[in-house]
Ligand binder design. Sequence first.
Ligand code: CUA
Length: 341
Amino acid sequence: MTRRSLHPSWREAAMGGASVALAGCATAPSVLRPESAPQHTLATLGWWLIIVGSAVIVIVLAIELVTLRHRGRTVADTPLVASPGSTRGIVVGLAITAVVTLAFFIYSAVVLGATERPRGRPGAKIEIIGHQWWWEARYLGGTPDQAVATANELHIPIGVPVALQVTSADVIHSFWIPQLQGKIDVIPGIRNTFWIRADTAGTFHGQCAEFCGLQHAHMMLTVTAEDARSFQRWLAAQSAPAAAAPPSDTAAAAGGRAFMSSACALCHTVRGTGAHGILGPDLTHVASRHMLGAGAVRNTPGALNAWITDAPSLKPGADMPRIDLTPATMHAIVAYLQTLR
Ligand code: CUA
């Protein structure tokens, strides 16, 4: 945890809020467009709350208008209880309010019970660790040498629940895939159990939902939901150690050597090599990811070069430091990382 991360200026906070609002418009991962059984249940509750809440506002405003028209011009002219009929109106109003509130309390409790636990065996178990400001995901169940660790881009099988164990490495975050499930707090020192499920194939966007510092708005993740066969193929590819750079690719081979002998290997793991750092994301299959920096930039060779050269200019506050390398070495390291598919 850094001091600056806890004290972003109002301007930075406002810019972050504005950009996520615009990003939200573009991709619109709305809770009211559910793609899973639990989110359908939550969205139905949401619609009922919107409809009944709106009806209550309209009815109350209508009654106020009618009352004002019949009761003189000033509040002082209007007795609080004018007649037995008014008393009856107040009692009926209170009774309706109590019934509506109680009905929604019971309905919410039923929905909470229905979405809390999954039905059926999980198709995958994933440990999710929140960091300032990215998501680490470790697929549980494999042998240590096949431990799949990725960042910000989950893959899950469709039609089955996926069990999550959720914790944080620094401050409190909140894990949220709006179209698949509700939110779960991501708290340091506590391991919350949670589950998600997708009933249709596709890519679903998620976002940290608890203010966690300067780059809270840029702590995104995606969930790719696919059929069981595609998921198993992805998992098998991810569980393999990093392939050595092809001998014909001299730039990539030189880049691999530069990576291992530089600060890169102190912060990042590349399984099957001498890089065992744990501060930053596991890079064993970094080239298979679509984005860098939890949604900061697209994972292209140019962006990767810019990210390694000066990550703080792309994501102010990120722990990834500026790296001072010659252009040739930088080119070689980018070529090496491109081979990590
Ligand atoms: Cu992590 Cu907001």
